[in-house]
Design a protein around this ligand. Structure first.
Ligand code: C5P
Length: 212
């Protein structure tokens, strides 16, 4: 049997990772959260005391870094890393590097199971050939409220108004960048995740069953 690829794209805080993780559990798919790769790379760049604007040094760093782990970690979930990740995500060399990593991981996993990948450009650029493409939308205020709660839960002090402002800034950066801007992929199903998660899951299950 040929294994399937499902992509889930959408803005920060739209709940893509939660949806992807639900699909992975229900259908025994491998889940790759591509945002983690951008976050980990940003974390490593900062740890090596490289300026996020220093393209040359970043390129040297990429040249000597073979692979980066797609494993999640609480240290990657801070606002500092969110901002740093979206800053480095504008560079073509960074995107190419991460895209190669994603392709390698998924190629290996597809031998044994289906894969669900979430991010910003997964259905529009990285896995254009995906069997099912989903784009998640939620209004910025709801996303900011959810994000605020997540930050409080991991013990980071935060202010709702500031979170909302940063979510809007990050949306703009992701939508307006020249390289792989966030957009609804061709033939994607648009899912509104503003209501309850069970409502979202109901829509997702319908789409997957129809396309199985
Ligand atoms: O999804 P998450 O918020 O963890 O992603 C962090 C940042 O990484 C995003 O704001 C975005 O700038 C970047 N990113 C991206 N393309 C992806 C995944 C994440 O540009 N496929």
């Amino acid at each position: 049997m040929k294994h399937k690829i499902i992509t889930i794209d959408g803005p920060a805080g739209s709940g893509k990772a939660r949806i992807a993780s639900y699909i992975a559990k229900k259908w025994k798919y491998y889940h790759l959260d591509s945002g983690i790769l951008y976050r980990r790379l940003a974390y490593l760049i900062l740890k090596n005391k490289i300026k996020l604007s220093d393209k040359k040094q970043i390129e040297n760093f990429l040249a000597k870094t073979n692979t980066i782990s797609p494993r999640n970690s609480i240290k990657l979930r801070t606002e500092k890393i969110s901002k740093a990740a979206s800053k480095i995500a504008i560079y073509k060399k960074i995107r190419n590097y991460i895209n190669i990593q994603q392709k390698n991981i998924i190629q290996k996993e597809l031998k044994n199971r289906g894969c669900v990948i979430d991010g910003r450009d997964i259905g529009s650029v990285v896995f254009k050939e995906a069997n099912i493409k989903i784009f998640v939308i939620v209004n910025a205020k709801i996303r900011a409220k959810r994000r605020y709660k997540q930050l409080i839960d991991i013990g980071e002090k935060s202010i709702y108004a500031k979170i909302l402002e940063e979510i809007k800034l990050r949306d703009n950066k992701d939508k307006k960048r020249k390289n792989s801007p966030m957009k609804v992929p061709y033939k994607a199903h648009i899912i509104d995740n503003s209501e309850s998660f069970s409502n979202t899951i109901f829509q997702i299950n319908k789409i997957i069953q129809k396309n199985s």
